[in-house]
Design a protein around this ligand. Structure first.
Ligand code: MV4
Length: 454
């Protein structure tokens, strides 16, 4: 068991990791940028070091500064949270070379899953269903044309070095292919410092379903249910839930087993999320894997009772899965999360600033993960997340009733937030029936005119 862990992150996830460490009797080191000096994660940690100015590149992404902070404080391990350095294989390697445990998968697994075309090839080989697509990267116009022809239009061009929608272009007919191929390569190079792209059959209006996994250092892997993450706008998730209203228990059990087998074969350790698209016929296709704890991890914790962050820390410390999770994993009830962001609920424009009044409702079945408080400032340098509001109920209806009440009673003044948007969605008949896919939010917020192929 580690004696001291450094948290290389900020905001609600830094507090979340500090809480898990406290429960495990582990001392904590916070790192912070100059603008975060007064933040709660600094206050709550046993030690805290300033690692640079507000700009992420000079602070939370500053590998020498983070490693130095760990060495100065004798931290034996670093928890990266999500975002920032959490999926940077070089950072995980530098930790290893410095004799500091990285709380996450091995660097080579982070690297494999970060190369989306290689991840697709590896998961296909390990038995997961994938869409028709190119066999690896598409390096020339000729290869692009041949691959698109073999797959059949429409196809989607994707950046191999990054996810989240950047560098993606949908090609509906051959005449568009070359222009969009070069556009995708350019955007991939700008966004991910690599122009590498690959092709897949395009699924229109998919649902986004993901499986939570935990693996230990002895090759054991367990799947902890699924999350439905289709309510998102421009690849930013807004509402997540577990289980999925559109996946029956048999399908979930069958794909969970295939995911567990695939990750055992990969030698996966620590927490991870396996992302699928579900087509309109309900078929699942692997698209990518995330090798970090995710923002939406609380909905899985609420239905499984497993503390995923404690599990990450214990696994990195050498604990076997059998000491952390009893199998078969029992899923209880339903959980829904609303991401409350500092933004204009109509235009989604960021609304940074000082919160003058803040009240998070403590109701039955409600959890609030936040680092916000009255008089705190939401700075413009980082993501706009103010709080994660999570409701658990015996079923989806009760979870919705509870989150509706909590949204009504949530007080945030001084900035605009996405609370009104969540209230509209939660009351929408299609949402209540589970009738939605990744295009759902567009009916609430018509996108500006879509540029061809985006
Ligand atoms: C797709 C797709 C349709 N067909 N792949 C978006 C970011 C990355 N996670 C993968 N994404 C997509 N991949 C194929 N073959 C549609 C999307 C997509 C999407 C996926 C999940 C959640 C929201 C989305 C929004 C737009 C596009």
């Amino acid at each position: 068991m580690f004696k001291k862990v450094l948290i290389a992150n900020r905001g609600e996830i830094a507090l979340r990791v500090i809480a898990a460490c406290k429960e495990l009797g582990i001392r904590t080191v916070a790192v912070y940028s100059e603008i975060d000096r007064g933040s709660l994660h600094v206050q709550m940690a046993d030690e805290a070091l300033c690692i640079g100015p507000a700009k992420s590149a000079d602070s939370y992404l500053n590998i020498p500064a983070v490693i130095s902070a760990a060495e100065i404080t004798d931290a034996e391990a670093i928890h990266p949270g999500y975002g920032f350095l959490s999926e940077n294989p070089s950072f995980a390697e530098v930790c290893q070379m410095s004799g500091i445990a990285f709380i996450g998968p091995r660097p080579e697994v982070i690297r494999l899953m970060g190369e989306k075309a290689e991840a697709r090839r590896a998961m296909k080989k390990a038995g997961l269903p994938v869409l028709p697509g190119s066999d690896g990267l598409v390096k020339t116009e000729e290869e692009a044309r041949a691959a698109a022809c073999a797959i059949g239009y429409p196809v989607i061009i994707k950046a191999a070095a990054g996810g989240g929608g950047r560098g993606m272009r949908t090609v509906r007919e051959p005449a568009e292919l070359l222009t969009l191929y070069h556009q995708a390569q350019h955007e991939a190079a700008v966004s991910f410092h690599s122009p590498d792209v690959y092709l897949e059959k395009y699924i229109d209006r998919p649902r986004h379903i993901e499986f939570q996994v935990l693996g230990d250092n002895e090759g054991n892997v367990v799947v902890l249910g699924v999350r439905e993450c289709s309510i998102q706008r421009r690849h930013q998730k807004l509402i997540e839930e577990s289980p999925s209203p559109r996946m029956d228990a048999a399908t979930r059990a069958e794909m969970s087993e295939r995911v567990a087998n695939a990750l055992r074969a990969t030698g996966y350790s620590n927490a991870g999320t396996v992302e699928f698209l579900m087509d309109q016929e309900g078929r699942l296709f692997f698209i990518e894997m995330n090798t970090r704890i995710q923002v939406e991890h609380p909905v899985t914790e609420m239905v499984t009772g497993v503390d995923l962050v404690k599990a990450q820390i214990l696994i990195a410390g050498g604990e076997p899965l059998s000491a952390l999770v009893s199998e078969p994993v029992e899923l209880r009830g339903h959980a829904i999360e609303c991401r409350i962001n500092a933004e204009n609920p109509q235009t989604f424009a960021p609304s940074a600033g000082r919160i003058t009044k803040f009240h998070a409702p403590g109701l039955v079945g409600i959890r609030v993960d936040t680092a916000a408080h009255a008089d705190c400032v939401i700075p413009p340098y980082y993501d706009s997340l103010v709080a994660k509001l999570i409701a658990h109920g015996r079923d989806r209806t009760e979870a919705i009733t509870r989150i509706e009440r909590a949204l009504d009673m949530f007080v945030v003044e001084g900035i605009l937030t996405s609370i009104p948007m969540h209230q509209r969605i939660i009351a929408d008949p299609d949402f209540l029936l589970g009738n939605f896919d990744t295009s759902y939010v567009q009916k609430f917020v018509p996108e500006q005119k879509v540029v061809a192929g985006k």
